[in-house]
Design a binder for this molecule. Structure first.
Ligand SMILES: [Mg+2]
Length: 364
């Protein structure tokens, strides 16, 4: 390992809008495209690469405010850079765009630091496991029953033992959709995600119906802001069904409130939202303090490293849209084998390189 003292040089940001493979929806949102915001941070002869999935406003904030803040600072001092960025956005509000912008820069700085030290990021963070289980995630409410069954079955056939579908758009249809999914996947673990689409009473009733189909994970049965509702479901849902939430968490205060309320059996967090790998690793420590497991949300190519370095991690979400984009546009993009993701230990950092020629057509 080389000893390095290198200031952060040029920080470049770009945004790409990538159409989905077909129109997609969940319990409370519809979309036809995904926006990827990338950051490249240079030091010495290395380039760190990080990203978030967020609005193009994130790219503007990085370009106009954050890039200049980290330029010239010690590229090994990731926490100093993080602190400076968090202080700077005080008046903009910590959740939302600001935290996603910080996340993209922080992720690039972690990658840069690992590249400067010439180690895979997982080794820099401190390896706790060689590989992490994934769950296949998609099953959109926009899918026909046939599409739903085919997507979930394909994951199971490639060795992924747990799969997640969306519910919550048309509650009266959901029990039947879940039965169709169960029929398609045999004995594999079945997760559902309502994205806050149900009322408390609807969620309570459907929890029984889903349990009859062996559903073991009920994500955002009610709004993630309804901590008392989540807690009530956690207390009253059938044994063996985890109540989960946390994907809209941007800071430690949010996660602490959710954990203190006893609202979740498993906390979810997203390093492209919660101010990067720095925020994600701190969230993992918080989970340890509360004895609650952690599951990463989306962006599997990014999460594989921190999730192999954070003790309380249970699994990584292998989200259809992001798996597709990351395999299409990143050299080194996540590819599960035997239902698990392992960091590529032959490459430094996150082990990702943007395929510029392929990405160019989506640039905005
Ligand atoms: Mg979700």
């Amino acid at each position: 390992m080389k000893s390095v003292e290198a200031p952060v040089g040029k920080v470049d940001v770009a945004a790409y809008v990538i159409p989905t493979s077909s129109p997609e929806s969940d319990g409370t949102l519809e979309w036809r495209a995904t926006t990827l915001v990338t950051v490249e941070a240079r030091a010495a002869d290395r380039v760190g690469f990080g990203y978030t999935y967020a609005d193009t406003a994130t790219a503007t904030l990085i370009r106009d405010k954050l890039a200049g803040l980290v330029t010239g600072r010690d590229a090994l001092a990731v926490t100093e850079c993080w602190d400076v960025m968090v202080r700077e956005i005080r008046n903009l509000g910590r959740p939302g765009i600001a935290s996603m912008a910080i996340a993209a820069v922080d992720n690039a700085l972690w990658d840069l630091k690992a590249r400067l030290l010439d180690v895979p990021l997982v080794r820099l963070l401190g390896t706790v496991r060689a590989a992490v289980p994934v769950y296949g995630s998609g099953g959109f409410t926009s899918y026909s029953t046939g599409q739903l069954a085919a997507q979930l079955r394909a994951w199971v056939e490639e060795g992924i033992a747990q799969v997640k579908m969306k519910v919550g758009r048309a509650p009266s249809d959901d029990a039947a959709r879940v039965r169709a999914a169960r029929a398609a996947i045999g004995a594999a673990a079945l997760f559902v995600d309502a994205n806050g689409g149900y009322s408390r009473k609807q969620a309570l009733g459907l929890a029984q119906e889903f349990a009859a189909q062996g559903v073991t994970w009920f994500e955002e049965p009610v709004s993630s802001d309804d901590l008392a509702g989540l807690r009530m479901l956690r207390d009253r849902a059938p044994a063996g069904m985890d109540i989960t939430a946390g994907e809209y968490g941007y800071d430690l205060g949010y996660f602490r409130a959710m954990l203190e309320a006893g609202a979740v059996d498993v906390l979810q967090a997203d390093a492209t939202r919660c101010a990067g790998i720095t925020g994600f690793m701190r969230t993992a420590a918080l989970c340890e303090a509360f004895h609650v497991p952690l599951s990463s949300h989306c962006a599997p190519s990014l999460h594989v490293h921190p999730c192999c370095a954070a003790t309380p991690v249970r699994h990584v979400e292998y989200f259809h849209d992001h798996v597709r984009i990351e395999q299409m546009l990143f050299d080194g993009g996540a590819r599960a084998r035997g239902g698990r993701l392992a960091p590529d230990l032959t490459r430094p950092g996150l082990g990702l390189t943007l395929k510029r020629a392929d990405a160019a057509r989506y640039a905005v």
